[in-house]
Structures are given as C-alpha cells and as structure tokens.
Design a binder for this molecule. Structure first.
Ligand code: FAD
Length: 503
C-alpha cells in the first residue's frame, strides 16, 4: 500500500510546555502508553506557576488512574481527595429549588425506552413520584454516604469521581512521570524557533539560553496559549455571547465536620458559586459576569456565603469562554486551558484534557504528521467542546428565574441551533438526540432538563404497557430496590478514614 508523505519526520521526542494539570497528565499518560518509543521533556516555569484551581472531576478520571495503574487509596491520600457522586444545583430553575445531577442512571432502562418515560407516565397519571428517588447516587448524596459496591443488583451501580487538590495532583503525577523517564526542566520559554518552510516548531529557547528541540510540541501553557496562539496564532472562537460569565473569584475555606460526597453549584443573581469539599479544606469560588456584577459585589457574595472561615484572600481569575480554532496545528497540539475555556459548572476541563491526550494517543503521528489525522483530531475536538458548551448553556437558559437582568438575558437568548432542537424534541415527547462525541449521555441531559423544569409533554408508548396500579407497584418496588444498599453504607467521612487517609 502506498503511504502518503507526512509533513514532518518521525516523532522521537515530545516536548510539553507547562506543568499544570494538563502538562503532567499529558506527561504521565504519554510516558505510560508510548514512553518506550518516544522521549519526553516537560518545561515549566516556577515563576509563572499554575492556575491552581480545578478540583472537581467526572467519572472518566477513573480510566486515567486505571491506565496509569494508580492505587486508589494512595491517590486519595496523596491528593487529599474526596468522593464525588453528583453536583447539587441550587437556585437554578427557581430560587429555593435544587436538584442533583448525579453520575448515576435513575431507575432501570428497558430496550428502546428509558426510565424517565415510565416516570413521566406515572406523573401524568397523577402519581406522586420523585424521579431522583430512583437514583442510587442521589440517595447516597442526600445522606452523605459512600461505599464501593461489589455485587448485588445490577442497578446498584454507583459511578463516582473525585474532588482533589489540584496542586497535589500535579505533584503526584510529576513523581509518577519522572519515575518513568520524563525529564523536567525548570525555566521560562522566551523564544520559539520554527522551520522556515513548514512553519513547524523546532525548538524552544529558555531565558537562560537553554535550547529544547523536539518533534512534537504539546502546548499546556495555560490560557496564554504560548505556542498555539502567541506563536501559531490559530485564532479563538469566542462564546461570550452565550456564556457571559468572564471572571471567577476563588477562596479556600476551613473544612466542615462532615464532608459532602458532592459538589455544590449555587446560582446567585449574576453567576454561581462552587463549593468543593476536600479532606483538608473546602474550595470555593464565584463565577460571574463582570458586565452584571462588580468585583466588590462578587467578593461580598462569595464571602457572605462560605459557611466556614476563609483561609486566604479571594483571588480573581479572568477568563474568556471559547476555544482555539484549531487545537492541533502543524506539530503543536494544545491541551488544557490553551485549547479553550468552559466555565467549571459541570467540571469538564480536566476531562477535556484527558480526552485530548487520549485522542492524540489514538492518532499518534509516530511516522510523521499526517494532515488527515490532524483534521480528524480537530473535528472531534470541536464537536466535543461544542456539546459541552451546549450542556452548560442549558443550565442558564432553562430557568424560570427573572430576578435580575443576568437571568432575564440568558433565559430569553437564542441558543445554538443544535441545543434548541434538542430541547424542543425532549419537551415534546422525552426523546433525546445524542451526539456520539458528547461527554454527557442521556441520564445527564434528562436530569438537568427535568431538574430545571423541562418536563416532556408526552411519553414513549412502551411505558403504557401496564395499568396504573401495576405501574405504581412496580415503581414502589424499584424505589425500594434502589434504596436497599443505602442504610448499610458508611458515611463518606468514615469511608475516607478507613480507605483514604482522612485523619
Ligand atoms: P495552568 O495550570 O495555567 O498551567 C500552565 C503551565 O504552563 C504552568 O506550569 C506554567 O508555569 C507554564 N508556562 C506558561 N508559560 C510558560 C513559559 N513561557 N515558559 C515555561 N512555562 C510556561 N476544571 C475541572 O475539571 N474541574 C473544576 O472544578 C475546575 N474548576 C475551575 C475553576 C476556575 C475558576 C478555572 C479558571 C478553571 C477551572 N477548571 C476546572 C479548569 C482547570 O483549572 C484547568 O483545566 C486545569 O487546571 C489545567 O490547567 P493547565 O494545565 O492547562 O494550565
């Protein structure tokens, strides 16, 4: 078979610029998976440091740990991590209301017919049924409980993720990577050398004059996008018209006596506040729109809603929502904040890092860069970013809130076409269009749609297979089955003490 010419030579050396979560995740995964074929050097600047937020994850982080062969108890101990079963959204649909977007699958799906259709039929028949009573993650989150379930009923699936200290996580992955041959160089990249013909990056020059040459460069330099933007200037697609929040204010606070196994996302008048429980402290922050709220008002909102002593001064982090127009350009791949930014409402950034590295490993240009692989990488990255963007817009748009200009604007705005079509289909009959590259599957979309007041007008005909009394009995039985393991489970803190090193 004839081979298409590649635009660069075979990849023997990978250079990673940046030692935040993106840089060290890239180093660890590449070293583990293809470390025997390539050498890896990571350059980071202590002077610049890392963004140091980014503490809530989603369940696919378990795959990273599994691929790396990380021991879970050690991981929990080293990163002062806690368990995350869900996000509790407060004041989103209406002030005073809340719901969980859990990682679980409520009820039990039948072929062709998801559980929410049965629930909806029951609701439409006048039965008093709470959709979330059928979700084991939510049942555990409500009671602050967690255990690793082995065996039992197949519906006792309890998917979970972690909250961790992002600084400790980076250090943990650094030790892991260096033990597997990754070379770390401390220094500030000041100049970039390019090939005159292809425009590919050939070497980085540090402030002290050191040259770092490479074949493939992974730009993990954070929001500055040192290679992908400042050098290659690929352009940025700005989504601020859909997601107007452009700043975060973050502050750690003293930990609570009882550690919740979920993140809280509390909506305020012009943004929302996160609360992330760790073993040694809580992470807090307010994400807000500077057009609607001043920094002083943001500080008052954040500090007035902490429930624990602040451990530092609040820190402002400006951001710009959107994505790099090409996340792979020539021999530079942008991973992490250099590839784009979506506010942390659904804790997606660390997953997007993971997914970018996995995609790069799938399409790894070992024999030289093939433009078709680059195009495929960029196509997948774009869809992935856009589907997350749509999911986040949904939270702001599907609301009955009209207590501020912020909410009135977002409620009334025109949303991306794909999202508008998705909402309309679900609203009519509970059906969901699912993009294969969407991180969030049907149970996630259904929980957020219904949690924020969009309940389908109709249900699938398969849910009509029983008379009302029989359906009511089946639902009672299913709710009891889902609840069955909960009373025997330890509290989250007891689990962490026994398994995760909590003192
Ligand atoms: P950074 O941490 O900024 O690292 C950049 C690295 O590049 C540093 O090591 C720096 O020294 C180096 N560097 C830069 N320029 C140079 C240079 N010239 N020479 C040498 N080195 C250089 N994500 C989640 O998944 N969950 C969350 O809950 C979450 N919360 C967030 C809250 C906020 C307010 C923000 C802003 C983000 C949040 N994120 C979250 C996103 C998450 O923080 C990032 O995705 C993650 O930390 C990765 O950052 P990074 O490694 O790309 O960049």
């Amino acid at each position: 078979m004839q081979r298409e010419a590649a635009v660069t030579p075979a990849i023997r050396k990978v250079v990673i610029v940046g030692g935040g979560t993106a840089g060290w995740m890239a180093a660890a995964l590449i070293a583990k998976v293809i470390g025997a074929q390539v050498s890896i050097e990571l350059v980071e600047s202590d002077e610049i440091g890392i963004i140091g937020v980014g503490e809530a994850t989603i369940p696919p982080i378990q795959h990273v740990n599994a691929v790396l062969g990380i021991d879970e108890a050690e991981f929990l101990r080293e990163t002062r991590a806690t368990i995350k079963l869900a996000i509790r959204f407060e004041n989103w649909g209406r002030i005073g209301e809340s719901y969980y977007h859990s990682f679980g699958t409520p009820g039990r799906n039948l072929a062709f017919c998801s559980f929410h259709h049965f629930w909806n039929r029951a609701r439409r028949a006048g039965m008093d049924v709470d959709y979330w009573d059928f979700d084991l993650n939510t049942l555990c989150a409500r009671e602050g409980k967690f255990a690793k379930i082995q065996g039992g009923d197949p519906t006792w699936d309890l998917p979970y993720a972690y909250h961790f200290d992002s600084g400790l996580y980076g250090q943990y992955l650094r030790r892991y990577s260096e033990a597997r041959g990754v070379v770390r160089t401390e220094g500030l990249v000041e100049q970039v050398r390019r090939d005159g013909e292809s425009g590919a990056v050939t070497a980085l020059t540090l402030r002290d004059g050191t040259e770092i040459a490479g074949d493939l460069f992974i730009d993990c330099s954070g929001a500055r996008g040192l290679l992908i933007q400042r050098e290659l200037n690929v352009g940025y697609e700005d989504w601020g018209h859909w997601l107007p929040c452009d700043r975060a204010m973050a502050v750690p606070s003293a930990r609570f006596a009882a550690t919740a196994p979920y993140t809280r996302a509390i909506a305020h008048t012009a943004g929302w506040q996160w609360r992330i429980p760790l073993q040694h402290r809580n992470g807090n922050g307010l994400v807000y729109s500077s057009r609607h709220l001043s920094d002083d008002a943001a500080a008052a909102t954040l500090l007035g809603n902490l429930d624990g002593e602040p451990l530092d001064q609040p820190r402002i982090i400006p951001f710009r929502t959107g994505r790099a127009r090409r996340q792979w350009d020539r021999n530079v791949v942008a991973v992490g904040l250099s590839s784009g930014f979506l506010e942390p409402l659904e804790s997606t950034s660390i997953y997007l890092i993971q997914s970018a590295i996995v995609r790069l490993l799938h399409l790894f240009p070992h024999a030289g860069i093939d433009p078709r692989a680059v195009a495929e990488y960029n196509r997948q990255s774009q869809i992935e970013y856009e589907t997350v963007r749509d999911f986040i817009i949904l939270h702001y748009h599907a609301t009955a809130r009209d207590d501020s200009g912020f909410w009135r604007d977002l409620r009334g705005m025109a949303v991306p076409e794909r999202l508008a079509a998705k909402i309309a289909l679900f609203r009519a009959n509970g059906y969901l269009s699912q993009d294969p590259l969407d991180i969030f599957m049907e149970p996630s979309w259904v929980q957020v749609l219904m949690g924020q007041g969009i309940v389908p007008a109709d249900h699938h005909p398969l849910a009509d297979g029983t008379v009302d009394a029989e359906l009511a009995a089946q639902l009672r039985e299913l709710a009891a089955l889902k609840r069955e393991p909960v009373p025997g489970m330890p509290l989250h803190d007891a689990f962490l003490k026994a398994f995760g090193g909590l003192a």
